[in-house]
Design a protein around this ligand. Structure first.
Ligand code: THG
Length: 367
């Protein structure tokens, strides 16, 4: 469709050349990087994730490292989730909020040591945010972006591939837990995690010069299970109800509106950013909530990039924040960020280009 002008602002992924060699056909931008989004066969890439194993360049999930005496304290000030019981080797999904309680990122926090953490971030600049907060709170902590790049291995056969590479110990890893190790001399951390509900692992490469080597080692080990290149899969994540920060949120979306309330602990200390606002929102109830919408129609419809307004009984009640053709449900499905007066079972109209499409609200996830 169009090209990409090279610039040092678009930071290269260590896996970039390997994905080019394997036929990448589309990218999105994420944290000032290019993230592969297609290898030209969207439906085959989907079924490989559902039935087999797929490997993804998600180096754009950058790490923000907190290091020093106050690293744990800074992590807790940034995250309105109780981190006091987090163990070394454990990861946790943590909403980050601003002072008004609005979601500003939804990283996975990895505890590498008592004085060393990574925030594995979604698409917003938490490096600036963490540095500013550390300075303002006069904390003894260095905030940096280390040379760390995740490679995801996802799908029901991912465990076989990752065990073939690293050994049977990976089978015992609990969700979001990780271990630092090496693969033929390449330093990595192996975690059970990833942005799909099909199971899998992420291999955090800790030496950017070894991207092509790591990619090819995973590819070779996966041959026995017909591994292939893929990417965070739009259809699967909509079916599975996984949130895309920035895609499904706006600048005043709070965690309660997007099903992340279970990751907020209201009893954390008063100096945690956003907690006072979150307590108020929790007491009065959020204005909106997130439900699924199943649209009428037997054919895939392109809803494009933008949110689309949702109407009930002639009044605007919210927005459709994404929409995918579900290969398993054979329907167009999406997420509604919608007035809390709307409920499962309600009939709504989604308006695109002035034309309404009938839909029904349902629980998330779809599958
Ligand atoms: N991997 C890594 N970093 C990331 C992502 C990732 N950073 C950005 C983005 N993805 C963070 N967002 C999410 C969102 C949801 C999940 C993981 C990362 C997730 N959620 C499960 C769920 O919602 O059911 C489980 C959460 C839980 O039970 O704690 O997996 O993919 N490295």
């Amino acid at each position: 469709m169009f090209g990409i002008t090279p610039s040092a602002r678009l930071r290269p992924s260590p896996f970039f050349e390997a994905t080019r060699a394997d036929g990448v056909t589309a990218f999105s931008t994420y944290n000032h990087m290019l993230m592969p989004t297609s290898f030209g066969h969207p439906e085959a890439e989907y079924w490989r994730l559902i039935n087999g194993v797929s490997m993804w360049d998600v180096a754009c999930e950058r790490q923000v490292e907190l290091r020093g005496r106050d690293a744990g304290r800074l992590a807790q000030i940034l995250a309105p989730r109780d981190l006091s019981k987090a163990k070394v080797g454990q990861g946790k999904y943590v909403p980050l909020c601003n002072h008004a309680g609005a979601l500003i990122n939804d990283p996975i926090l990895l505890k590498l040591a008592d004085d060393r953490y990574w925030l594995s971030i979604a698409d917003s600049n938490i490096w600036f945010w963490a540095r500013a907060i550390a300075a303002e709170r006069k904390l003894e902590v260095a905030v940096s972006e280390p040379d760390v790049s995740p490679l995801a291995v996802q799908g029901p056969k991912a465990e076989k591939v990752v065990a073939a590479l690293f050994g049977d110990w990976v089978r015992e890893l609990k969700y979001f837990w990780f271990r630092e190790t090496t693969l033929e001399g390449i330093p990595v951390a192996v975690a059970r995690s990833g942005w799909s509900k099909q199971g899998g692992f992420e291999i955090y490469l800790m030496d950017g010069s070894q991207g092509a080597r790591l990619w090819n080692l995973v590819k070779d080990a996966g041959k026995a299970w017909d591994i292939g290149p893929g990417s965070p899969n739009f259809c699967e994540r909509v079916e599975s109800g996984l949130l895309s920060y920035g895609g499904d949120t706006d600048d005043h979306t709070n965690p309660y509106e997007v099903r992340l309330g279970k990751y907020v602990d209201l009893e954390v200390a008063d100096d945690v950013i956003g907690i006072q606002a979150l307590r108020r929102i929790h007491a009065t109830g959020a204005r909106r909530h997130q439900l699924g919408v199943t649209l009428e129609g037997e054919e895939p419809t392109q809803f494009g990039f933008l949110w689309h307004p949702i109407y009930r009984d002639g009044h605007k009640v919210g927005d459709l924040t994404n929409c995918a053709w579900s290969y398993r449900l054979k329907r167009n499905i999406g997420f509604a960020l919608i007035d809390r007066a709307c409920a499962v079972g309600d009939t709504v109209d989604v308006v695109k280009d002035g034309k309404p499409t009938r839909g029904a609200l349902c629980e998330l996830p779809f599958l």
